[in-house]
Ligand binder design. Structure first.
Ligand SMILES: NC(=O)c1ccc[n+]([C@@H]2O[C@H](COP(=O)([O-])OP(=O)(O)OC[C@H]3O[C@@H](n4cnc5c(N)ncnc54)[C@H](O)[C@@H]3O)[C@@H](O)[C@H]2O)c1
Ligand SMILES: O=c1ccn([C@@H]2O[C@H](COP(=O)(O)OP(=O)(O)O[C@H]3O[C@H](CO)[C@@H](O)[C@H](O)[C@H]3O)[C@@H](O)[C@H]2O)c(=O)[nH]1
Length: 465
């Protein structure tokens, strides 16, 4: 079966880049990304490629190349579903904020709405692909909705989780470590698996395309994120021991990373991991374990989240105690708000928690981030509901110029590892600050020796002073 027409539901951080790359690599397939959010679709269709809703290195170039040829963005969902042979579901699956499983389970309401819409709009057989990250066994719920509410057409359900990381999405999609496809064992299911594998085979070597049963595929996605986040929490736990003992966490990371059984990646101690996935997916895993009565398994994985919360809190606590136990009325500059460099995404960014803690201490915060909008920063803070929107606006200001953001401040804190921070004129920044001038580097980004020579008091995660 050759796929000619793809519909992707959800034009977000996954749907947009993933489909842009499929369109680029498969010029004979028409790819249409649909969304209920008109503003988002308008932004994807913008003539100004700086206005695409998502910033990812290399993405604008690919959209420019494919859009209008075989890549389209639309809000005409029913029509696009009906015309497609294969439908990717790439909608959000956030942590539930209400009812049973509140604060833990994945909220599957958007997934169910998609399934119902696919069932209603489809007049011919379709392959439905789970691209969103889902609890293990969700495919059976999707199948039940499709089979019981549809127009009698046949649906094959596949799981094809996405492993891209933000900031390197295009590179990850063009050269993935592996493609994972989960499918059933019937002949029809296997044909569907082959059809999806053939799409990826246009640019991914065959030995990197792995096929499994549906449940293994769904669970592998949660497992991969749990393992990655666990490495960050593990090295962050060691960073605290380093600070007490005079060991340097970067030296420890290097030493253990050279052990080929451990490997060197994901061992950067930081102010804490953020992003839309790690916390959400581990909480989901914890919930699944609990729902099977596997309490020890649940507690084990929950510790990864607890350690991460501790890391963010101890970072801001250390700032307050170092700044003579009070930051009330003091200007503190945040360099970076995004959850990592090279993205405008701020979901679960450590910066939000650190800011909230410091605002509770009545600090005056000034933020500079090269890619995050002013509106986004205030929305992130207001969402916490710690104080009124007006109070947030009066205590926290946003600067478009990093040097203005740093002027007259008592302390600078690095919350995102943007490369540009390394090449700032730190001497001139120092000159214009209150003294003693502190830098709290939550990313281990800057050069301690150089900053200390200028006169800064420099605090780095995982290094005893
Ligand atoms: N962000 C990542 O880096 C990443 C990586 C791998 C997997 N994932 C997973 O992929 C999924 C999507 O994540 P995301 O970051 O792209 O989310 P997102 O919030 O950026 O995008 C989801 C989009 O789906 C749209 N949507 C929701 N319900 C809809 C419906 N019924 N019909 C049409 N559109 C609808 C929303 O309007 C939104 O634009 C999640 O399950 C996530 O866990 C995310
Ligand atoms: O050594 C490290 C590595 C990462 N981080 C932090 O961990 C968070 C997550 O980083 P990363 O995993 O690079 O970005 P994500 O876009 O969240 O990607 C993760 O989550 C995606 C969504 O599920 C998966 O697809 C990816 O494979 C998985 O890496 C960020 O705040 C990083 O700063 C560290 O603090 N230290």
């Amino acid at each position: 079966m050759k796929i000619k027409n793809i519909c992707c539901i959800g034009a977000g951080y996954v749907g947009g880049p993933t489909m842009a790359v499929i369109a680029k690599q498969c010029p004979n397939i028409k790819v249409t990304v649909v969304d209920i959010n008109q503003a988002r679709i308008d932004a994807w269709n913008s003539d100004d490629f700086n206005k695409l809703p998502i910033f990812e290195p290399g993405l604008a170039e690919i959209v420019k190349e494919a859009r209008g040829k075989n890549l389209f963005f639309s809000t005409n969902i029913d029509k696009t579903i009906d015309e497609a042979d294969m439908i990717f579901i790439s909608v959000n699956t956030p942590t539930k904020t209400y009812g049973k499983g509140k604060g833990m389970a994945a909220d599957l309401k958007y997934i169910e709405l998609c399934a119902r819409q696919i069932a209603k709009a489809s007049k011919q057989n379709k392959i439905v692909v789970e691209k969103s990250t889902l609890p293990v066994r969700t495919a059976s719920a999707i199948k039940s909705i499709l089979d019981n509410t549809g127009n009698g057409v046949q649906f094959q359900i596949l799981s094809n989780p996405e492993f891209l990381a933000e900031g390197t999405a295009v590179q990850d999609l063009l050269d993935p470590d592996r493609i994972l496809i989960g499918g059933g064992s019937s002949e029809k299911d296997q044909k569907a698996v082959d059809a999806l594998a053939d799409i990826y085979a246009n640019w991914v070597p065959k030995d990197k395309i792995l096929t499994t049963n549906v449940w293994s595929s769904e669970l592998s996605k949660l497992t991969a994120n749990a393992f990655l986040a666990q490495r960050v929490s593990s090295i962050n736990a060691m960073s605290e021991i380093c600070e007490k003992t005079g060991a340097d966490v970067r030296e420890v990371s290097k030493a253990i990373g050279m052990d080929s059984r451990i490997g060197s990646k994901f061992l950067n101690a930081s102010v804490g991991f953020g992003g839309s996935c790690f916390q959400k997916d581990i909480l989901n895993l914890v919930y699944i374990a609990k729902s099977y009565g596997l309490n020890e398994v649940a507690d084990y994985w929950e510790q990864v989240i607890l350690m991460n919360e501790h890391q963010k809190n101890r970072f801001s606590d250390n700032m307050v105690s170092t700044l003579y136990n009070t930051v009330s009325g003091k200007k503190i500059t945040f360099l970076g708000w995004a959850f990592k460099k090279d993205t405008n995404d701020t979901r679960e960014s450590a910066a939000i928690k650190v800011a909230d803690n410091l605002l509770n201490e009545q600090a005056k915060i000034s933020v500079y981030d090269p890619k995050v909008s002013e509106e986004r920063i205030y929305t992130d803070l207001d969402y916490l509901n710690t104080r009124s929107s007006d109070e947030n606006k009066s205590l926290l200001t946003i600067n478009k110029d990093p040097y203005d953001a740093c002027k007259d401040s008592h302390a600078i804190t690095i919350l995102t590892e943007w490369d540009e921070f390394k090449s700032y004129d730190w001497k001139s920044i120092y000159k214009n600050m209150q003294k003693p001038a502190f830098v709290f580097d939550g990313r281990g980004l800057l050069n301690k020796k150089e900053l200390e020579e200028i006169g800064f008091v420099y605090y780095n995660i995982g290094t005893g002073n």
